[in-house]
Write a protein that binds this ligand. Sequence first.
Ligand code: AQP
Length: 342
Amino acid sequence: MSRIFSGVQPTGDLHLGNYLGAIRNFVGLQDDHECIYCVVDMHAITVWQDPARLGPHTREVASAFLASGIDPKTSIIFNQSRVSAHAELAWVFNCVARVGWLSRMTQFKEKAGKHRENASVGLYVYPNLMAADILAYKATHVPVGEDQKQHLELTRDIAIKFNNDFDTECFPVVEPLIFGEATRVMSLRDGTKKMSKSDPSEYSRINLTDGADDIANKIRKAKTDPGELPGLESLGEDGQRVSKDAVAERPEAFNLLSIYAALSAQTMPATLEQFAGQQFSAFKGELVDLSVDKLGPIGSEMQRLMADPGHVDGILADGGERAAALAEPVIREVHEIVGFLK
Ligand code: AQP
């Protein structure tokens, strides 16, 4: 049975992109894999986090895991800072990864922006910590949204270099699991930008805790174009995915259609067939109903769980102990390989 690891940052306001790109996919994997799902609070502090809000945000992500259907008995749910193996292995990887590799990471460039000199060192070495998160458990598969693909390639490079440098087969070469009809959900205000927690516009994203009125409002105000909804002619050569040219021409239309496809668990061709030639107003009405139907129960359950912090903290503590027990022999093995005295 392969071991799965994935993490979500407690940086506030979990959104539909986090859900469709990652969290929803976590749920199905737990039936036939050993799954470890982590609230990566150490990643969160690579950019400033208000200490008073980090705890509640950590519980919010854990609540989203639980409300989406992750079973804390079969899967492990915990917050990263509880398990010291992440930081310990990250240090070793800081000494394996090359500066040139990290300089190519697009997420660092985007997040650091023009003020690169002022970015934290933690933000720069973020992918090394991510590699440590995964490899501390020798996980082989990592379900993520498309934006994390480059970081996972770096995890593979680190595993390969460590194995080569120390002439060992200690670490597996991990595989990303990027699947579903919405692997990159875009902003509702601009179909060329990723839906993101840090977008200043609340109207750019649907938060998992939004009520029915907010969901309806945001979808009704979502940017569209003057045309009718496209049909099967927009599919690419494989007949399954919309062609890149079609997306580039009408990014907002295809973003909304892919959200519909993902939430209704139907394929993109079936969704295109259903709405071809219709007006956006009618389609948006259906998207509102579907979104409220699918996200409403998750949001309410999250609210219920967040009102009971003791319960959520108990799950994180139990998960932390189980995770630490899995990571401990890996850290011992790494210490021996590197040559650290006990
Ligand atoms: N827009 C998205 N579409 C599909 N998947 C997405 N993910 C994030 N945004 C989208 C996936 O969600 C998981 C957790 O992401 P994260 O919170 O750890 O980091 P992030 O990618 O930095 O998320 P945000 O919302 O963009 O946060 P900020 O604004 O703080 O940077 C990952 O698997 C990610 O792929």
